[in-house]
Design a protein around this ligand. Structure first.
Ligand SMILES: NC(=O)c1ccc[n+]([C@@H]2O[C@H](COP(=O)([O-])OP(=O)(O)OC[C@H]3O[C@@H](n4cnc5c(N)ncnc54)[C@H](OP(=O)(O)O)[C@@H]3O)[C@@H](O)[C@H]2O)c1
Length: 338
């Protein structure tokens, strides 16, 4: 049995909780595969700790009705609670701050220093302190798993870390923000930027404050993470020129289309011939021959260029409750299997 604690119990954590309930129902407990929730720590929705296991079916049934009254314990110091709770894995799925990485960095440090593995979808900490947190995990001999930080449940980090081992990767470029891609796709159909953004918000792709999506900051965080994963190089925000899509006009979209091209918000990271690592985020016109040309709507795609395979493009979901919950689930299972 593996004991987990949710830090942040929003969309993604609930997605994971649903997957676990489905799977625990079919996996034989005798095989030691049961995942038991012993804590939920959320500043907004409330907290609950139970060393004997929380009834997650009940919590989710209520959550679906917007009722979090069962999370009735008031815990002010979440970081201290992470330290003190007896558990195997902390699921960090709280608020993302791309500039400071907090409070998630403190949550992860508390978990690792108190002997717990960390599984997370929160990109903030890894955009600013990737090496620091991974070094801490190593020092404590604990696993830090971050598959869901780039393209949610679509396997990217694990592919880069294992599937492409031995290939010399020279460049990564991709569409890593579904909101921007959705807006650009709708603009190709003639919709104004404002209306497309509104639609993206209504469909739940964009956040209420969509600045991180449309101004390229969300893509920047992913570029910073990929620079670490692939090139072991911590770039700083200031090292990377960032431009979003908010200034692209309908006439520019039409002009690209008349040339057989499409505007895409592309995050890029590459190593030059002097082995220096660079990153950029900005709108680029891509031709039909590019594997990123056909990526439409809220889909994401990452093109990985390596010496042996040439271009390998991975296409899939970049967000979503179940999709991102699955990234966490996948990382938990990997920990259980080691
Ligand atoms: N949704 C996706 O598709 C997706 C995809 C990839 C990655 N992610 C990342 O995954 C994480 C979770 O996303 P989500 O969509 O589940 O967000 P969410 O629905 O906003 O849930 C996050 C929850 O954590 C709470 N929280 C905020 N600060 C906290 C703290 N200091 N301690 C404990 N709880 C705290 C939030 O409360 P408040 O409401 O008060 O802030 C909220 O209830 C984020 O870092 C996000 O960037 C999400």
């Amino acid at each position: 049995m593996i004991k987990i604690v949710y830090v942040g119990f929003g969309i993604v954590s609930q997605g994971l909780a649903e997957i676990i309930l489905d799977v625990n129902a079919v996996l034989p407990i005798s095989k030691g595969t049961e995942i038991q929730t012993v804590g939920i720590l959320d500043t907004m929705k409330g907290c609950k700790i139970d060393a004997n296991g929380i009834n997650m079916q009940e919590i989710l049934n209520n959550a679906h009705k917007g009722d979090y009254s069962l999370l009735s314990e008031r815990i002010v110091d979440i970081t201290k609670a992470i330290e003190e709770i007896k558990a195997d894995i902390i699921i960090e799925a709280s608020f993302t701050d791309i500039k400071t990485g907090q409070p998630a960095i403190a949550h992860m440090e508390a978990a690792l220093n108190s002997g717990k593995h960390v599984v997370t979808t929160n990109k903030g900490p890894f955009a600013v302190a990737y090496q620091q947190i991974f070094n801490l995990a190593k020092k404590n001999n604990k696993t830090l798993a971050i598959e869901g930080t780039v393209m949610s449940g679509t396997p990217i980090i694990n592919v880069l870390n294992t599937g492409l081992v031995g290939a010399k990767i020279t460049e990564l470029s991709g569409i890593m923000n579904g909101t921007s891609n959705y807006i650009l796709t709708q603009m190709e159909l003639g919709m104004s930027y404002e209306k497309a953004l509104l639609q993206a918000q209504e469909l739940g792709y964009a956040e209420a404050n969509p600045k991180n999506d449309v101004e390229g900051l969300d893509t920047l965080a992913k570029v910073l993470i990929l620079a670490n994963v692939v090139f072991n190089t911590p770039l700083a925000h200031e090292d990377i020129a960032v431009q979003g899509i908010s200034k692209i006009t309908l006439s520019e979209i039409k002009e690209a289309s008349s040339k057989g091209m499409r505007w895409k918000l592309i995050g890029r990271v590459w190593k030059d011939s002097q082995h220096k690592v660079h990153g950029t985020v900005g709108p680029i016109m891509v031709p039909t021959s590019d594997s990123l040309y056909g990526i439409s709507g809220a889909s994401n795609a990452l093109k990985i260029t390596s010496d042996i395979l040439g271009d390998t493009t991975i296409i899939g979901a970049g967000a979503g409750k179940t999709e991102t919950g699955f990234a966490l689930y996948n990382d938990i299972i990997s920990i259980m299997n080691t």
